[in-house]
Write a protein that binds this ligand. Structure first.
Ligand SMILES: C[S@@+](CC[C@H](N)C(=O)[O-])C[C@H]1O[C@@H](n2cnc3c(N)ncnc32)[C@H](O)[C@@H]1O
Ligand SMILES: [Zn+2]
Ligand SMILES: [Zn+2]
Ligand SMILES: [Zn+2]
Length: 408
């Protein structure tokens, strides 16, 4: 039998010629065999075994702490095949610990103190002098396995029923922890394109629990929010408490509004949740005043669910650069289903040209198409695993601004 070598030992040896190659006897996937040193370590806080690059060890407490149990910092420093490491506060004493990949070259790894003994014979590399740096992120694309494809449906589920069921969890999640994407990437772009003025009448279509409606109302806008699911019940409750002057309607129909009613309309992150949007676009066009704009945001049709499959390589890695994306099934418009906290979430994928056709057919002219990203260094640093090397690589969202032409 051919002896398989540790994936990490092999990567490191490309940069440090005398790095010893240990056998790869541990697996999280079929293509990256790993030695014990480069496998997983059990966190003493959560008890979960984690990839070695996401675990720190404290010599004082003899404790392992993982990135899931503490607020890690991202320290930019080139070493081995990397350009940064996680610095993790010890769950015992709070002292910051380098993750075990960096600890190994800094001579702070538990193996170097005799606290970690591999069960098999092991060749330990002891760095002498300075550690060479090299090309980070070596990868072999042909080795990447196909990710799991989303579940596709032949007939769509009732979208209102889907959202009725998700509403309590969705709203609770939003109240507990504002979604980073919405807060820092999508909403700022939507507001910028919408450019509201005091006293304008704005329609918030599929307003959900009303986050956009409230932001606009605080800016002196006369907001009407409409949504057919239980999501709007939360918006109505909040309105009773806060009296923003927002008018809410639990419906999916704009029948009750006369034409030329609103100065502007917004539809935030909802069209991909709705089965038929052509008639909605036509209706929004009708109730807008001439020259009025509709601003809508969607998940990016090319680089988001369901055409995108993220694959981690190795799959347990806590590092974003080990995530590769595969795009597939762009023209497949079958509804797809995802799990969201144990509930079903349904997506209706449309191509970019379908979206533009729907706008044009409804009588809109397209003024802007934006693909917002995150540029705030501070935020990226504070959320390294969520944001670092994420938004600089692909566009996750699209925001359209379209205008009702004077003559259709
Ligand atoms: C992702 S939420 C977005 C909510 C809100 N705009 C926001 O930014 O948080 C999608 C919304 O689409 C609504 N929705 C589902 N089916 C719909 C339909 N057929 N017509 C109008 N809205 C629908 C849901 O009730 C849900 O509130
Ligand atoms: Zn190894
Ligand atoms: Zn943990
Ligand atoms: Zn400690």
């Amino acid at each position: 039998m051919i002896q398989q070598l540790c994936y990490y030992c092999s990567q490191y040896q490309k940069i440090i010629p005398d790095y010893p190659l240990n056998p790869g006897t541990k697996f999280t996937d079929p293509i990256t065999p790993r030695c014990e040193l480069h496998f997983q370590f059990k966190c003493d806080s959560c008890g979960i075994k984690k990839h070695f690059s996401g675990v720190g060890w404290c010599q004082d407490c003899n404790r392992y702490t993982c990135v899931g149990c503490a607020d890690e910092l991202m320290i930019q420093e080139r070493f081995l095949i990397y350009e940064y490491y996680y610095s993790i506060p010890c769950s015992g004493c709070g002292k910051h610990l380098p993750a075990l990949d960096f600890a190994e070259i800094a001579l702070q790894h538990p193996i170097q103190f005799g606290e970690f003994r591999p069960s098999t014979e092991f060749v330990l590399w002891i760095p002498t002098g300075s550690v060479p740096t090299g090309n980070p992120f070596p990868r072999s694309a042909e080795l990447i396995p196909k990710g799991s494809l989303p579940l596709r449906l032949d007939t769509a589920l009732d979208s209102v029923d889907v959202w009725d069921k998700i509403a309590p969890t969705w709203v609770e999640d939003r109240l507990n922890q504002p979604d980073l994407n919405h807060r820092y990437i999508i909403i700022p772009e939507v507001l910028k394109l919408l450019g509201v003025n005091n006293g304008e009448k704005v329609l918030d279509f599929a307003c959900g629990e009303g986050n956009i409606a409230r932001i606009l109302a605080k800016q002196g806008v006369l907001v009407t929010g409409i949504d057919p699911s239980k999501m709007i019940d939360y918006a109505i409750e909040l309105e009773k408490e806060d009296n923003f002057g927002i008018e809410y309607l639990k419906s999916d129909s704009l029948d009750s509004f006369l034409e030329n009613t609103f100065d502007k309309a917004v539809c935030n992150m909802a069209f991909m949740d709705i089965p038929l949007i052509e008639p909605i676009m036509a209706e929004i066009h009708r109730v807008l005043k001439p020259e009025g704009i509709l601003v809508f945001s969607i998940t990016h049709p090319c680089f988001n669910i369901p055409v995108l499959n993220p694959v981690k390589f190795p799959w347990d890695s806590e590092r974003n650069e080990d995530r590769v994306y595969m795009v597939d099934n762009y023209y497949n418009s079958q509804p797809s289903i995802y799990e969201y906290n144990g509930k079903k979430l349904q997506y209706f994928h449309r191509t970019i040209s379908q979206y533009t056709k729907y706008c044009v057919n409804a009588g809109f002219s397209i003024e802007a198409i934006e693909e917002p990203t995150l540029s705030d260094e501070r935020l990226i640093k504070n959320n390294p695993r969520d944001l670092y090397l994420e938004f600089s690589r692909i566009a996750k969202f699209m925001v359209f601004s379209v205008r009702k032409k004077l003559i259709k």
